[in-house]
Design a protein around this ligand. Structure first.
Ligand SMILES: [Zn+2]
Length: 78
């Protein structure tokens, strides 16, 4: 579970990017925090960098495969 202290730096969004489940090894379309939908593991990543591959972490049998879902979208002023 991602944590934060100061709520004024985060706000709710209905952006479609939050609904996508991304394959391991795919390029991250957005910078931010991604969560594995099967086990809850979280990673931070820059835009365009490669989402961790299938061997990044191991799932117990029956847990399902790794899929990365954006949970916090980092907005760059660049
Ligand atoms: Zn996982």
């Amino acid at each position: 579970m991602a944590l934060y202290k100061y709520g004024e730096h985060l706000r709710t969004s209905t952006h479609a990017a939050f609904d996508e489940q991304n394959e391991p090894g795919a390029a991250a379309a957005h910078a931010g925090i991604y969560r594995c939908v099967a086990c809850g593991d979280e990673i931070g990543i820059a835009k365009g960098h490669t989402l961790p591959p299938q061997n990044h972490h191991q799932h117990a049998a029956g847990l399902g495969r790794i899929r990365w879902q954006l949970i916090v979208y980092a907005q760059s002023k660049g």
